[in-house]
Design a binder for this molecule. Sequence first.
Ligand SMILES: *Cc1c(COP(=O)(O)O)cnc(C)c1O
Length: 233
Amino acid sequence: MVTETRRAEIEHGLAAAHARIREAEISAGRQAGSVDLVVVTKTFPAADVAVLAELGVTEVGENRDQEAAPKAAALAGLPLRWHFIGQLQTNKVRSVVQYADVVESVDRPKLVNALRRAAAGVDRRLDVLVQVSLESQPGRGGVDPSAMLEIADAVAESDRLTLTGIMAVAPLGADPVAAFTRLAELAERLRTDHPTARTISAGMSGDLEAAVECGATQVRLGSAVLGYRPPVR
Ligand SMILES: *Cc1c(COP(=O)(O)O)cnc(C)c1O
């Protein structure tokens, strides 16, 4: 399905990403293996994802339902967990709950409700992260931190949803350490009320070291593993 060259590229990218994560863990004084990797496969073909699965990747991330749904269907036999990481419209929820195992981008009560009902409709359970905005002007998704607990409580009360943590994207052009320090504080606040919500999903190809330094338990890497991705939209 992929050329030998592409297979070698992916293998190389994955090894390099694991090495970077390991280095970041060491320099942050954290335990080796304490940071999980989600490989963000958006814009890359299902064949690339199949190679990742062969190489032992189990967690993959997608941000658009139109793209993710057919990809997940094509790879349904593989031991992959699909993380939905993009802004999610309620009219896409019924599709997303059919393949997603984790929804990381939950940022409004209405979405919690829609996910709960749709998951019940297909008799599935979902892990959920509350996405918080670290921008002064929320825009790239994520709830204002002042409303984080309201969303978290709504998730925790939903029988089909398991609250597993918090997710954020660092603001463009700002110091990621400052943003991820703020995120760590919010994560601690979340755990005060929801002790099992331990995942901190932060760090992308450009800022994973800052995220790991600030306590991320999961990074979401696309280009660092799979290579250049043309800008979307
Ligand atoms: C695309 C994307 C990533 C991965 O970005 P890279 O810079 O390619 O590592 C991570 N998180 C989210 C929410 C994304 O949309």
